[in-house]
Design a protein around this ligand. Structure first.
Ligand code: S3P
Length: 429
């Protein structure tokens, strides 16, 4: 599959984007081990979350799906999971694999977790280390998937300092902590998304946060709850940039999650000169949401504050496109983690932007992007959904047709991406 994007006239629009991927994964996992029923609205029916849905079903959790984005998860309690008869295939999803490794560490059975070619290259030692310290045994292919998780029903709580800022690792340790004796504490080197902590509290658990230390006591009972999933800010960021780069557009994206651990992309775009504002702020349970208004504006380059990296971790592909369309140069640093995402996002984006006529200097943990004008061309997504969508946004303001190859993985996080861009007036097919 490929995208073909023609120079476009982006127009005024009011639209929304699909549900938050991080919150959708957590609703399935926590709902599955809660007592009683969890109803989920706004679920992201993307391949990543469907892999988690399938995995939970294979471990005996009954999940009804009255509509594509609505679920009823019949929680079986902390001890309610049963051994799956086959391996669990988690597709492209690092979140599913790392969180699942934590959840499965406290079970009295062994599970095999596999993934696609991209996931099979991603580092798992970061979860294996702490989970083994808690008492699980996890076999891997030299620190990469597949993982064979030998659960241990008598885990012990640990006090663990994350070597890299990662919400996935934090969440894996906290999920295992639910099954551990004593208290489990995770100390994070930078603030990362806190959806796990918020949902645990919604489900009645006690989770303490004291500065950068998050602690929970083991064996707490979770209560099934109603979870309204906000629209995914990471998906909204493609729309935000398309509207910003347009000649003259005023776009409202409704019901988007604005959890402050996720809004780094907005801070960075605003610092570059974007006109982005929140309207109608409200709460979806524990998660803050707003309608996001974006008006076209001229961007200027600058030095991106590395303190914002963990708050915008998935948005650097789209921010590289913003930098390429800005006046002047933009310097990104502190991005080492981007090299181990669904692709090496620094080199994938550098290659894509260069093919579209943009000068990029790549360094180990970042890049300098020189603002310019996109020309047409054929670019590669490297099988990475966010690289594909970012380059598609560049195509809307290029001087000629942009073709992006290998875009099927867009369905992992943003089903309906092309029709959403078409609603904005983009000429994409
Ligand atoms: C996620 C955490 C992030 C992010 C991923 C989703 C999560 O990964 O890149 O898309 O749901 O916890 P890291 O926390 O490992 O950086």
């Amino acid at each position: 599959m490929r995208f073909e994007v023609q120079p476009s006239r982006i127009t005024d629009a009011k639209l929304t984007v699909p549900g938050d991927k991080s919150v959708s994964h957590r609703a399935l996992m926590l709902g599955g081990i809660a007592e009683g029923r969890t109803s989920v609205s706004g679920f992201l029916a993307g391949e990543d979350c469907l892999a988690t849905l399938e995995a939970m079903s294979r471990m005996g959790i009954t999940i009804a799906r009255p509509a594509a984005t609505e679920l009823i998860v019949h929680g079986a309690g902390l001890q309610g999971l049963v051994a799956p008869t086959e391996e669990l295939d988690l597709g492209n999803s690092g979140t599913a694999m790392r969180l699942m490794a934590g959840l499965l560490s406290g079970q009295n059975f062994t599970t095999v977790l596999t993934g696609d070619a991209s996931l099979s290259l991603r580092p798992m030692q970061r979860v294996i280390g702490p989970l083994e310290r808690m008492g699980a045994t996890i076999e891997s292919n030299a620190g990469r998937p597949p993982l064979i998780v030998h659960g241990n029903p008598v885990l012990r709580g640990i006090d663990y300092t994350l070597p890299v800022a990662s919400a996935q690792v934090k969440s894996a340790v906290l999920l295992a902590g639910l099954y551990a004796d004593g208290v489990t504490t995770v100390k994070e080197p930078a603030v990362t998304r806190d959806h796990t902590e918020r949902m645990l509290v919604t489900m009645g658990a006690e989770v303490d946060r004291v500065s950068n230390r998050i602690s929970l006591r083991g064996h707490q009972t979770l209560r099934g709850s109603d979870i309204a999933v906000p629209a995914d800010l990471s998906s909204a960021s493609f729309v935000m940039l398309a509207a910003t780069l347009a000649e003259r557009a005023d776009v409202l994206i409704t019901g988007v999650g604005i959890n402050p651990t996720r809004t780094g992309v907005i801070d960075i775009l605003q610092a570059m000169g974007a006109s982005i504002g929140f309207e109608n702020r409200r709460l979806f349970g524990a998660e803050p949401v707003a309608d996001i208004r974006v008006r076209s504006s001229r961007l200027r380059g600058g030095v991106i504050d590395p303190a914002l990296v963990s708050l915008a971790i998935d948005e650097f592909p789209v921010l590289f496109v913003a930098a390429a369309a800005a006046v002047g140069k933009t310097v990104f640093s502190g991005l080492a983690e981007l090299r181990v995402k669904e692709s090496d996002r620094i080199s994938a984006m550098a290659a894509g932007l260069r093919a579209l006529g943009i000068q990029v200097e790549e360094v180990e943990d970042g890049a300098t992007v020189y603002g310019g004008k996109f020309i047409g061309g054929v670019v590669e997504s490297h099988g990475d959904h966010r690289v594909a969508m970012s380059l598609a946004v560049a195509g809307t303001v290029a001087t000629d047709t942009v073709v992006i190859n290998d875009v099927a993985t867009v369905n992992t996080s943003f089903p309906g991406f092309t029709s959403c861009l078409q609603q904005l007036g983009a000429a994409i097919r």
